[in-house]
Ligand binder design. Structure first.
Ligand code: DAT
Ligand code: MG
Length: 150
């Protein structure tokens, strides 16, 4: 089962979209294994976005992610990273597929509502960065056999 970090970013929290976003992931069949509502420290923001350091949008990105609380979650499922990225849509909302979250609720790349890990390796790294092992809940869902074949 592949795990991915999902962040409901400050704009989505302020726009009361936490329920809408988690609902779409639940409906897809993904399984929630961790969640917390939190302020993002400057240090965590910089570590999380270290790959973008030096890019023109970096300072704005750090300011955005630390500007208001976020809801951090871990979701899992078969091919979970790709599935969640698809549900979120392309980074630029105007390039996101119709029906994706970023298409349906966003316009600006700097206010694109969510973060989702982009590879299984980064999923693992990001889950470890944002959550301690005791915050990850291992559980079986009664509907799993109707959603996961294996
Ligand atoms: P994603 O969040 O889809 O993984 P990314 O990792 O390339 O996208 O970039 C991280 C975030 O940085 C992205 O969600 C929004 C912001 N960003 C990326 N490219 C940008 C740009 N050209 N201008 C402004 N913000 C940008
Ligand atoms: Mg990314």
């Amino acid at each position: 089962m592949e795990q991915t970090l999902v962040l409901i970013k400050p704009d989505a929290v302020q726009r009361s979209l936490c329920g809408e976003i988690t609902s779409r992931l639940e409906r897809r069949g993904l399984r929630l294994v961790a969640a917390k509502f939190m302020w993002v420290s400057q240090e965590l923001a910089e570590t999380h976005y270290t790959i973008h350091k030096g890019k023109p949008f970096y300072d704005g990105l750090i300011k955005y992610i630390t500007s208001s609380p976020v809801m951090a979650m871990v979701w899992e499922g078969p091919d979970g990273v790709a599935a969640v990225r698809q549900t979120m849509g392309a980074t630029r909302p105007t390039e996101a597929a119709p029906g994706s979250i970023r298409h349906d609720f966003a316009l600006d790349v700097g206010r694109n509502l969510t973060h989702a890990s982009d590879t299984p390796e980064n999923g693992k790294k990001e889950v470890e960065l944002w959550f301690s092992p005791d915050e990850i809940v291992s559980w079986d869902r009664d509907t799993d056999r109707w959603i996961f074949e294996g």
